[in-house]
Design a protein around this ligand. Structure first.
Ligand code: SF4
Ligand code: SF4
Length: 254
């Protein structure tokens, strides 16, 4: 397989052999010049690790680009300017944010595809990806996709990313923002609720949001301090105001 080739196979319930550690000759090769999409929960974990607000993190470490979804921008991790364009979190010892590294860094060599089920749960179909430059394949232990996800701490990410997948599906199904696109204030609101939790918190508590939407006192209390709970409220809000669906309801007037 050539260095620049990529193969993707359905893994399903099969196994794969893989090892990635400081002894592989390609160690940290994949931490350079990466085209890496960040999920909303990635941003929460990273900004906590770095002691930054979500706004500061987005400005310093990300850029937006239209990737799979032509109607709504994805948030991408900004690589460094130094030779080889290293990830800003790459240190001499390896990943400098390892405990809170993004989902894509955890998942490789898996590529999990999420599917919602009618009960509001989700299922994952696992694909195995091989990049020609990656020398970790066919070494070390054999893994099922479930064992790998557990080992890499992906289960909590899977939960939150499955909630995000419902929002992402709505945002990619149709153009919710009309011809104005990024000039439509609704896009800025949806972007804030998706990725910028600290700004969204101010919006929830300093606007008429809690007068307009039926948020229980317990949930309102929870989202004051819990970024993940607030992110889920943001997802519910987007599903309601752009899709007219989901559990968040407008309060009845009068
Ligand atoms: S290229 Fe593969 S084996 Fe090498 S560091 Fe990256 S994931 Fe690990
Ligand atoms: S976050 Fe860590 S594992 Fe992911 S690309 Fe950056 S240095 Fe590598």
């Amino acid at each position: 397989m050539k260095n620049n080739e990529t193969h993707r196979d359905l893994l399903g319930s099969g196994t794969f052999q893989f090892a990635c550690n400081e002894t592989v000759p390609c160690f940290t090769r994949c931490c350079r010049d990466a085209d890496m999409l960040l999920y909303p929960y990635d941003i929460i974990r990273l900004k906590h690790f770095l002691g930054m607000t979500s706004e500061e993190f987005l400005v310093k470490h990300t850029f937006t680009a239209f990737r799979d979804n032509p109607y709504f921008p994805s948030v991408m991790l900004k690589m460094g300017d130094a030779k080889g364009h290293p990830c800003p979190f790459l240190s001499e010892k390896g990943c400098g944010v390892y405990e809170d590294r993004p989902y894509s860094c955890r998942a490789y060599p898996l590529e999990p595809a999420m599917h919602g089920d009618p009960q509001g749960g989700f299922a994952i179909t696992a694909y195995r990806v091989r990049h020609g430059h990656c020398l970790g394949h066919d070494h070390g232990k054999k893994w099922t996709s479930g064992q790998w996800m557990k080992d890499q701490g992906m289960e909590v990410y899977n939960q939150y990313n499955s909630s995000w997948a419902r929002v992402a599906a709505l945002l990619s199904l149709k153009n919710s923002f009309g011809e104005k696109g990024g000039d439509n204030p609704a896009m800025n609101m949806a972007y804030m609720a998706s990725y910028n939790v600290d700004t969204f918190r101010r919006f929830v508590f300093e606007s008429s949001f809690l007068q307009r939407f039926d948020v229980s006192p317990d949930r309102a209390d929870e989202v004051k301090n819990d970024d993940s709970a607030l992110m889920l409220l943001g997802f519910d809000w987007i599903l309601r105001f752009l899709g007219g669906q989901g559990p968040l309801r407008e309060k009845k007037s009068g």
